[in-house]
Design a protein around this ligand. Structure first.
Ligand code: NAD
Ligand code: ZN
Length: 344
């Protein structure tokens, strides 16, 4: 079967032919219907030898949807032919975090060699995907896999971050979204669906700001040296109560903490290597800074329910599997508007 792999540190993603996997005991084989392309893959492919902890070659793609093609011995609860989305942050299934459905925060995954598909285990940008356990599958129940597959990360991750800040996002509050790409353009819609906050979106690219406005941002501003001042002005000097940084480089982390008001939540979601300076007299009183990772299985169920209710419209660009390297190139160059989705 065809698969898109990152084969060696410093290389580029390539389309290769690999053996079609067979489900072992407890595993489920999916015929992939759609797979999303995330900026985290670009980060992984920028790591040096010393940082790369995933076994290579790696089949990419940690946003996956498919139809159940075959079941390994002992699998119950899913039917061949069922259309499903894959919950990606696989954990051990037994530790105290996994017991709460928060496999994204599994305490032992890495030491037990458990990796998400596309981030260590063979990923979804392939004709078939092997899923380790049926508990990682969420029924799509009528949702279109192409526009839904980004919700498994570009929806779930902002959802998990926004949930932390919701108690602060009351009427009259302001939420700031920095970076309105794959995650950010869904994050804006989640904020609009879940809170009455005024949403201010920031990006460095006019086209993305246009998309931000279209999906519900009240204000969309260029992310530059003047942005913090404009947000202060817009909020009458109060600052924001929820700040979501979907870039995570030093300038955006600095901007995020600068616009955070008293008793605010700052969520650094982007993995651009920036770090926040927090302290008395440095940040506003009682501003909390967190760096969340992905989301829980129950949150994915909630995000899909929100999509079913018509609250989320994911903007997608679609590519064939042969075009996947081009999709990565465009994402790297900041040219993808919304989310790139591969149709293997
Ligand atoms: P993307 O490329 O689709 O979107 C990034 C957006 O940020 C683009 O619109 C780009 O124009 C904009 N941008 C770049 N520099 C900027 C700046 N200085 N100010 C404002 N905007 C700027 O990427 P994505 O797939 O949405 O991922 C966003 C980030 O989130 C990445 O760092 C990714 O690795 C990370 N991520 C983190 C998690 C997590 O669990 N923490 C999960 C998924 C993705
Ligand atoms: Zn666990």
């Amino acid at each position: 079967m065809k698969a898109v792999q990152y084969q060696e540190v410093g290389g580029k993603p390539v389309v290769v032919d690999v053996p079609e996997p067979e489900p072992g005991p407890g595993q489920v084989l999916l015929k992939v219907t759609a797979a999303g392309v995330c900026h985290s893959d670009i980060a992984v492919m920028s790591w040096g030898e010393d940082e790369m902890y995933m076994p290579l070659p790696l089949t990419l793609g940690h946003e996956g949807a498919g139809t159940v093609a075959a079941l390994g011995d002992g699998v119950t609860g899913v039917e061949v032919g069922e259309s499903v989305a894959v919950y990606g942050p696989w954990g051990c299934g037994r530790c105290v975090m996994c017991a709460q459905g928060e496999e994204n925060y599994c305490l032992v995954a890495q030491q037990e060699g458990i990796f998400p598909p596309g981030l260590g285990a063979p990923g979804a940008i392939a004709e078939y995907l092997l899923v380790d356990n049926a508990r990682h599958l969420v029924p799509l129940d009528g949702l279109d896999p192409v526009t839904t597959v980004p919700l498994t990360d570009a929806g779930l991750t902002p959802y998990h971050a926004i949930k932390q800040a919701l108690p602060r996002l009351v009427p009259g509050s302001t939420a700031v979204v920095i970076g309105t790409g794959g995650l950010g353009h869904v994050g804006i819609q989640l904020l609009r669906a879940l809170s009455p906050a005024r949403v201010v979106a920031l990006d460095v690219n006019e086209e993305k700001l246009e998309l931000a406005r279209r999906v519900g941002a009240h204000e969309a501003l260029l992310s530059d040296g003047a942005a913090a001042g404009r947000i202060r002005e817009l909020t009458g000097g109060r600052g924001a109560q929820g700040v979501f940084d979907f870039v995570g480089v030093q300038p955006t982390v600095d901007l995020a903490t600068a616009v955070a008001g008293v008793e605010s939540d700052v969520l650094i979601v982007g993995i651009g290597g920036g770090a926040a300076k927090v302290g008395f007299g440095v940040t506003a009183y009682d501003a909390a800074v967190r760096a969340p990772y992905w989301g829980s299985r129950s949150e994915l169920v909630e995000v899909l329910d929100l999509a079913r209710a018509g609250a989320i419209d994911v903007h997608v660009e679609t590519y064939s599997i042969d075009e996947a390297p081009k999709a990565y190139e465009r994402l790297h160059d900041g040219k993808v508007n919304g989310r790139a989705v591969i149709l293997p």
